[in-house]
Design a binder for this molecule. Structure first.
Ligand code: FMN
Length: 179
């Protein structure tokens, strides 16, 4: 399978990308081909809501979203990777998702497999409630087939993350992805 991992942290070597690396190791060991797109360091402007695309493209904004669009439409699975920012996904990842608007029909018709990897500082039982509900709702609307969520609580820094079980869980999720 072709798996697209969309990272979205400003920290290239931070906690969320560390978990993404574990997932990728597991997925590659299982024989999958993984492509990483780093939205955290790409130019992806917010959706203008201009309606020029009429939800079926092309988008009037020419930026790195054109690359993501091409990669997503070729992928069998997408993994959304984000630090938790005020109980939601990062603005960088939200911009990517909002820009699905110009190809919503094409993307939802794929019934893409997806997964979510999030890291947060806190470890309350409600820390991940909003982001997981958002992701599950997105999957429902977009006909994504959720393959799993790694909700990395207590992963505020790389050393914190290394001391948790989430590295192993992300690796195991990568290992268990099947075509
Ligand atoms: C703008 C901002 C908002 C944050 N919001 C939350 C939050 O709502 N809950 C939480 O537990 N941690 C929050 N954090 C901490 C990060 O989610 C956490 O440190 C994360 O692991 C960083 O991942 P990264 O190294 O991949 O960027 C926030 C950090 C920043 C910079």
């Amino acid at each position: 399978m072709n798996i697209l991992v969309i990272e979205s942290s400003p920290h290239k070597h931070g906690s969320s990308n560390l978990l993404a690396d574990s997932f990728i190791r597991g997925a590659e060991e299982t024989g999958h081909t993984v492509t990483v797109f780093d939205a955290g360091h790409a130019i992806i402007r917010p959706c203008l809501g201009c309606e020029v695309c009429d939800m079926s493209g092309p988008c009037c904004q020419k930026d790195d979203m054109e690359t993501v669009r091409g990669l997503l439409l070729q992928a069998d699975m997408a993994v959304f990777v984000t630090p938790l920012y005020y109980f939601g996904v990062s603005a960088q990842l939200k911009a990517v998702i909002d820009r699905f608007y110009s190809f919503t029909g094409k993307l939802s018709a794929k019934k893409l497999k997806t997964a979510l990897i999030v890291t947060a500082w806190d470890a309350n039982d409600w820390t991940m409630s909003a982001v997981s509900a958002y992701y599950e709702t997105l999957c429902r609307y977009m006909h994504f087939k959720n393959q799993g969520m790694i909700l990395g609580t207590g992963c505020g820094t790389v050393p914190m993350t290394k001391s948790t079980e989430f590295l192993r869980l992300a690796y195991e999720l990568g290992k268990k992805i099947s075509g």
